[in-house]
Design a protein around this ligand. Structure first.
Ligand SMILES: NC(=O)c1ccc[n+]([C@@H]2O[C@H](COP(=O)([O-])OP(=O)(O)OC[C@H]3O[C@@H](n4cnc5c(N)ncnc54)[C@H](OP(=O)(O)O)[C@@H]3O)[C@@H](O)[C@H]2O)c1
Length: 510
């Protein structure tokens, strides 16, 4: 995105991060074990971490440094994917990992942290550079931030910098996002705050901008004159697993739409920024989110659909219904599926519908953005049947099998003028032959380099909650009409198909 961070994968960074300490709240948690530490290990394997890089992890579980390192090692091993575990890299990385058993609700824990930092920083020569990471339940963010402030851990003294990464979700709605931001900004300056949405760290998501703004041929047709509609799908083929405590209070709208899907929507529809500085890119994203038409109560009724999975089969295996999942409240009305039609009120996109859908327990795990172009103005080949003359579609495949496909019509070989849609395909894997870096690798490194381009600025966060607000309010107010159901292993409730059918369109079949 910027000159300081070229695509990595074997290439050198033009600038190395300064030595620093990463202080993780939630050290024993799922995110730290499965994502953060494996990402840091891989960065260290590629020699992208600075000398003396230090991890200080806090949580209540009693563990010694050795026990903590051993526990993390098994997770690094488990998540290694295609690169074999490298013991020498691990040992050199692990000697910089420290664990403090502490309750972050207890103010004395922060004094413990201050004392520990004053010992470890000179020893590891991290120069007082500190990066806090909130990998805890979101309901604890405000208290941790207040405590960091009271212990002066937010203060940049001498040459060291202090930054904080805050995991999603940032708030539960507009009001709580604003309240949380008030807490954050009373302790940290906006430039110190990195609100993470790991979707933005995905290579293919960043490639949307490269595709649009580094190629001449697409941008001139990237508008209402050529594009009929945009569809964004984020489908998961799993249910909520053991995350009922979080998910049942959250639902698909908060979990997926407010963050990941609106970010994808913004990248694919925003105007070209004047340059690739963090502020220019983030300003365009905020501008487009503010151009999406807000919903009236009637708009919510007409243009949004929620759903909940019931029993079914996924890949031949029987799956439970949402209400049967352990930990879900009896009679819960939480949506596990959401579909919405958005309109963008600006010159480029007026009247072009953007349909989004996301759901759990769907037939496949697949995230894509599909741009469907308008039909040809005058069709010459009258003998062709309707299904032979589908519109051109350009698809960004975000996961899995990352790549880009352009569908167009070709003549079938033979004497008659028969035609068929065919695909022109770009696949990251086969073109570059590289394992794509995990989103957290990129984002942790960006943060150490002080580059906030791929992190959410508060105006975007508020704009996306503002869009969700009328939908959340209307869905919450309606406590009586049945939640549309869909069988596990299907593509969602019938009502979502009707949403598009009313406009003579249908969801792409994936
Ligand atoms: N997991 C993911 O893949 C994922 C993906 C995207 C975003 N996130 C976000 O990341 C955050 C963390 O998620 P998670 O799945 O890692 O949660 P988690 O597994 O429940 O971890 C929570 C952590 O907080 C610690 N903790 C809880 N209360 C504490 C206290 N009073 N004092 C000190 N430590 C305490 C827990 O350790 P002890 O019990 O040992 O104290 C644990 O280490 C959430 O905001 C989530 O939305 C997670």
């Amino acid at each position: 995105m910027d000159e300081t961070n070229p695509l990595r994968s074997g290439r050198r960074l033009s600038r190395s991060p300064e030595p620093s300490a990463l202080i993780i709240f939630g050290g024993s948690g799922d995110l730290t074990r499965r994502k953060l530490i494996p990402a840091l290990y891989r960065l260290s394997q590629q020699r992208f971490l600075p000398a003396g890089f230090t991890v200080v992890a806090l949580s209540r579980s009693p563990m010694s440094n050795e026990q903590y390192r051993a526990m993390l090692r098994t997770w690094v091993d488990k998540t290694a994917e295609d690169s074999p575990f490298d013991l020498a890299t691990w040992e050199s990385f692990a000697q910089g990992i420290f664990y403090i058993p502490a309750d972050y609700r207890d103010p004395s824990s922060y004094q413990k942290l201050v004392n520990f930092m004053s010992e470890i920083e000179p020893a590891r020569r991290t120069g007082g550079n500190r990066l806090f990471y909130l990998a805890t339940a979101p309901s604890d963010y405000a208290a941790i931030i207040r405590n960091l402030g009271s212990a002066n851990l937010n203060v940049e003294n001498g040459s060291g910098w202090v930054q904080i990464i805050i995991e999603k979700p940032f708030g539960q709605d507009l009001k709580s996002a604003r309240e949380l931001n008030k807490e954050v900004s009373s302790v940290f300056r906006e430039q110190q705050v990195y609100r993470i949405d790991h979707y933005l760290g995905k290579e293919t998501v960043q490639n949307i901008l490269v595709f649009r703004f580094a190629n001449e041929i697409f941008e001139p047709i990237w508008n209402r004159n050529f594009i009929d509609n945009i569809q964004i799908t984020a489908a998961e083929n799993l249910g909520i697993g053991s995350r009922a405590a979080y998910y049942d209070d959250s639902g698909a709208l908060r979990d997926m739409v407010q963050s990941h899907i609106l970010q994808l929507l913004a990248l694919v529809t925003m105007e070209p920024p004047p340059n690739f500085s963090a502020e220019a890119v983030r300003s365009e994203k905020a501008k487009i989110l503010n151009s999406i038409r807000p919903f009236s109560p009637e708009g919510v009724r007409r243009f949004s659909v929620r759903g909940q999975y019931n029993r079914g089969f996924i890949g031949g295996k029987e799956a439970l219904g949402y209400l049967e999942e352990p930990g879900v409240a009896p009679g819960s009305r939480t949506e596990t599926y959401a579909a919405i039609r958005f309109l963008i009120d600006n010159w480029r996109w007026a009247d072009v519908p953007v349909y989004i859908r996301t759901g759990k327990n769907m037939p496949k795990r697949e995230t894509e953005i599909a741009i469907t172009f308008q039909r040809t103005p005058h069709f010459l080949f009258r003998q062709a049947s309707a299904e032979q003359v589908e519109s051109n579609v350009l698809v960004f495949r975000i996961q899995p099998d990352e790549g880009i496909t352009l569908k167009f019509i070709a003549k079938l070989p033979g004497q008659s003028m028969e035609m068929q849609p065919v695909n022109m395909d770009f696949r990251y894997g086969s073109t570059f032959g590289l394992h794509l870096a995990e989103a957290y690798e990129r984002l942790l490194l960006d943060c150490m380099l002080g580059d906030p381009t791929l992190f959410d600025r508060i105006d975007s966060v508020e704009a996306s909650w503002e869009l969700m607000e009328p939908i959340l309010r209307a869905w919450n107010a309606d406590q009586s009409s049945p939640i549309p159901q869909y069988a596990s292993g299907s593509w969602g409730p019938r009502e979502a198909d009707e949403l598009l059918a009313r406009e003579n369109r249908s969801w792409r079949s994936l």
